[in-house]
Ligand binder design. Structure first.
Ligand SMILES: [Zn+2]
Length: 224
């Protein structure tokens, strides 16, 4: 019989209560000396008498209370608290179950983390592609003559200036941001998509305008 398992499974205060020992604020009359005021303190796993210094565990306590030897006291506790025998096996099973639960938990966390990092990479790729494009617009589509009124500037050039910094900020968050910032960005990924879509529409409009220009040019060429 493993005494430690009994000690760990049966809290002393519960055993005392079960055996009808009167307690007040966790104190009872000492079992070892003629105690007029309760001077024995009952803790979860041991007792201590402030009067005579007696101390011990739940098995010692039961042994003294019923005048039993240590082994008999331990057997009594096993019977009274219906601890299954062999106790050791029950304990190991509980331990194994706890371990399995932890593995299961770790797995689902791992899954969430992976899903998050895939989605984060997708967002990053979208933004970086856009950034490359916008850098081209920023420098390649700069009006040759800045005296041209702004309403005649290429829309893509304007967009690159208006949204460029915002885009840099978003990429910075993914690369260097605190966890909560990245998570926030991930939560607002729909808005990031809308942003990317808005730029794409600006690009399409500009392309459309250019193509119209080119094709009409061809028509003119053909006509001459
Ligand atoms: Zn005492």
């Amino acid at each position: 019989m493993d005494f430690n398992i009994i000690r760990e499974s049966i809290p002393l205060e519960i055993a005392a209560k079960h055996y009808g020992v009167e307690t007040k604020k966790g104190m009872c009359h000492c079992l070892f000396h003629n105690d007029k005021t309760p001077s024995m303190k009952l803790y979860k796993d041991n007792y201590y008498c402030f009067g005579c210094g007696a101390h011990g565990d739940v098995i010692d306590f039961t042994s003294r209370l019923f005048g039993l030897g240590i082994y008999d006291a331990a057997s009594k506790l096993v019977t009274d608290f219906r601890l299954k025998i062999p106790i050791e096996r029950t304990f190991k099973e509980a331990e194994r179950k706890e371990k399995m639960d932890k593995v299961r938990e770790a797995l689902s966390e791992e899954k969430i983390r992976r899903a998050f990092s895939i989605s984060q990479n997708e967002i990053r790729k979208k933004l970086v592609d856009l950034k490359v494009k916008m850098d081209e617009w920023k420098y390649g589509l700069k009006p040759k003559n800045m005296d041209v009124p702004p309403e005649e500037w290429d829309e893509r050039f304007v967009a690159a200036h208006v949204y460029g910094d915002y885009l840099d900020e978003l990429i910075d968050i993914i690369d260097f941001g605190e966890n909560y910032e990245v998570f926030e960005l991930w939560e607002y990924r729909k808005e990031v998509d809308d942003f990317v879509e808005r730029i794409r529409r600006i690009e399409q409009t500009a392309d459309g305008n250019n193509q119209t220009g080119t094709s009409s040019g061809r028509v003119c060429e053909g006509a001459t």
